[in-house]
Design a protein around this ligand. Structure first.
Ligand code: MTE
Length: 294
């Protein structure tokens, strides 16, 4: 494989191409980050720290389908096609349906500033754009027998080079929430950030942000949502059950087997800050748990 390494004296291609041509080529792939108009900030979710600068959020990514090197993901998403894109909602529900991402992008959207805490102990503060996950789930009219909901990411080895080099991982990436967690008003379906559509490396065209849980619960590039009766398997829990629980609620007092969770490092300065129980969302979510969830 030919890998072109850009020298720092070379101007980036985007600067050498007229902007109109650049955007029309990128929009063929659905990659252009387009302004998302009409997504006012919801003041119900104030944040206790400065927002992370956009360049840092878009250049330090966990996205194993592309690479396990966080700083390389942004350079590997160029061939990932974001259109056409459909999201299938099914399982235990009365109105199974398939929605195109362009229909989903028409849902009334808002901006929410959320803390974003990775199980690896780094954190950011991100102005996500999207809508309550429950807005999407309710459309399918889940049956009372639906106790959990699964989220499945796209699996395209030809466009996602990391899939081929991490053979043991249980692809496609799959995650799940208990039904009450998924319906909780804080659970957010994300289609954008920083006033624009979501960049590919951050999980475009649709991902989740579950702010009281470690970041791995927020599946990227979702293509399938399924209501199920019992607790389903999830990718990280299957890959390393001792290290990654199903619930994965942020808790400074429960160390990861290989490191403490008491303190987090703020990207990109690596400043340290005490980790907050439920990532600071305790007053909203603690009532859902009895303390035995791991
Ligand atoms: N979703 C998929 N499909 N693949 C992944 O590797 N990584 C998870 C989560 N969602 C991941 C994923 C992890 S470990 C984290 S911390 C967040 O995405 C990172 O999101 P970010 O890159 O936008 O910060």
């Amino acid at each position: 494989m030919l890998i072109e390494i850009t020298q720092d004296w070379q101007i980036p291609e985007r600067e050498a191409t007229p902007e109109a041509a650049y955007f029309s080529r990128r929009s063929l792939l659905g990659l252009a980050a387009l302004p998302l108009a009409g997504a006012p900030r919801n003041a119900a979710y104030p944040i206790d720290r400065p927002l992370t600068e956009e360049w840092a959020v878009t250049s330090y990514n966990n996205y194993y389908e592309f690479s396990s090197n966080k700083q390389k993901v942004k350079d590997l998403v160029g061939g990932f096609k974001l259109r056409p894109w459909a999201v299938e909602i099914g399982g235990l529900c009365d109105k199974p349906q398939t929605l195109s991402i362009d229909d989903i992008l028409k849902f009334p959207a808002e901006e929410r500033t959320y803390r974003h805490r990775c199980v690896e102990a780094w954190s950011m503060a991100v102005p996500w754009i999207g809508f309550a996950l429950s807005d999407l789930l309710k459309r399918a009219e889940p049956k009372p027998a639906a106790k959990f909901v699964r989220f499945i990411s796209v699996n395209r080895p030809s466009e996602m080079p990391g899939i081929n080099t991490s053979g043991g991982f249980p692809w496609p990436y799959h995650e799940a929430l208990r039904m009450d967690e998924a319906m909780h008003p804080l659970a957010f379906a994300v289609t954008g950030m920083y006033g624009k559509t979501l960049p590919a490396q951050n999980g475009a065209p649709l991902r989740l942000a579950i702010p009281w849980k470690y970041g791995f619960k927020g599946a990227k590039a979702i293509v399938k949502i399924e209501f199920v009766a019992s607790q389903p398997a999830t990718s990280w829990n299957t890959a390393a059950p001792r290290e990654y629980g199903f619930y994965a609620n942020v808790n400074p007092k429960t160390p990861h087997p290989r490191w403490s969770q008491a303190v987090e490092q703020i990207i990109p300065t690596m400043g340290r800050r005490p980790t907050l129980l439920y990532n600071g969302y305790e007053k909203w979510v603690a009532g859902m748990y009895n303390g035995s969830e791991a």
